[in-house]
Design a protein. Sequence first.
Length: 131
Amino acid sequence: MTLAMNNLSVLVVDDDKDQADALTRTLLLHGLNPRSAYSAKDAGMALRDGFRPAAVVMDLNLPRTDGYAVARELCASLPTRPFLVALTGHSDLDCRSLREGFDHHYVKPADPAALAAVLRAEAVRRYAAPA
């Protein structure tokens, strides 16, 4: 099971560097393979550098764009659609997040352990050997 967890690469996109880095450290402690990006440009650079996230935790309020647009761009750039988790300070966007294709929606401050649990469950779903 640990090997499967380490294979789940997660891109954390949040313009609040402290929050992005804290979440990235937490996900690493939970056996995932996270990387932080602090803008839409940073997220695109991560993909150009060869990082292929199986999951994306996306802040919806980014400078000069929104997380929905960035998620669409990332999905279009990847060979396989990533598992999408919205992270925002706006509780009223949960329905829009689901309409936009996000798999989960969390309101800040989100419980990092709960986020990690959802991502671990996705790792199991993706990488567990069929019974």
